[in-house]
Design a protein around this ligand. Sequence first.
Ligand code: ATP
Length: 398
Amino acid sequence: MSQEPMKQTEDNSSGNRTERSDESSSNYDSADRSGTGDQIRVDGIRKTFNDGSVVACDDVNIGIDEGEFIVLVGPSGCGKTTTLRCIAGLEEPDSGSITVDGEDITGLKSKDRNLAFVFQSIALFPHMSVRKNIRFGLDMNTDLSKEEKRQRVEEVADTLGLSAMLDRKPSALSGGQQQRVSLGRAMVMEPAAFLLDEPFSALDANLRDKMRVEVKKIQRQLNTAMIFVTHDQEEAMTLGDKIVVMNEGYVQQIGTPYEVYNEPENRFVAGFIGSPSPNLIECTVERTADGLAFASDFYTIPATEKQVDRVEGYIGETVIYGIRPEYLNLGTDPGEFVADLDVVEPLGDRDAVHLSANGTSLSAVTPQGKISKERDRIHVDIQTEESWLFEEDGTRIV
Ligand SMILES: Nc1ncnc2c1ncn2[C@@H]1O[C@H](COP(=O)(O)OP(=O)(O)OP(=O)(O)O)[C@@H](O)[C@H]1O
């Protein structure tokens, strides 16, 4: 999707406004955020590489409550890992600050931050037992007594279901068990927060699903904040209490999974979250005998009451009409328009139905088996109340 990156301008987890990045300054006001009670605050982080020619992330503002599960999600290269590494102290930001429990930790070394980083690759010590692997950070960074360390390791092993495996070497564990040991190494340090960078990317799909549930359960149990990076929007939706959607270095929206799914603040978020992707249809705003409508290549979609008020000023202009696949009703007779049936793709309990209407590709989702693959033309209705409208540059209108 060709689109200018947009930057977040107002941190409000239920709805951030966005503006185009070519506008020079952000109206973000850190004073607005004082007293938010966030345990961790990322304020205005910018990080560039190669003498400033690569902007990895910019103007990143995130507040994380105690015990909150935050997921940074976005396409490859959008700046998620760099943001996480700045929080961890593995990269030094060009500007901005990071605060934990009210203390500015921006200048602290990684080891002094009391944050535990769990990497993409598992990286256990192969010659050490599970027990020693888990205890490693305590041996290196604390002067706890032997008994205190034993107790902590055993508690963590118990939480992770590793008690029976403490004397095994990592090679005698499955991939999922190894990943749990690496989580155990972080947990034993009792950090203020866990930072996880695509920790399940090396696991097969089934195990990844299981680990997601486990990590979420463990996080609930510990009630410790977690900042989790993934490029997988489905993983973000299942794990996050709050999701931070990033693109081209900028935060696009921060919200709960339902907020980013139901009320995307710009065209990028609309297109990135949800599978199959929503229909984003180019239309011209027109005045009709009945009011206002959006003329596409295949159908003139009437504006809803809510939309009429907002699009008066757009008559004659191009807008993007967004509608999720589940809000196209198929097989209604007579239907608002007719489309060609291209492919029916079984998803399990539902089918994704791919259509074309006068050259425009559309997707719908129907209950399993509702639409026969044998049909070639199909009537379609749009549940217009569920639609979004964007300006051509991607800014949400209504
Ligand atoms: N050490 C570095 N030197 C130069 N450029 C870098 C460096 N680290 C990251 N970048 C660049 O910064 C941008 C953001 O990278 P980053 O790794 O943060 O993205 P990401 O969203 O985590 O991507 P992925 O999902 O592929 O890991 C990319 O263009 C990347 O090439």
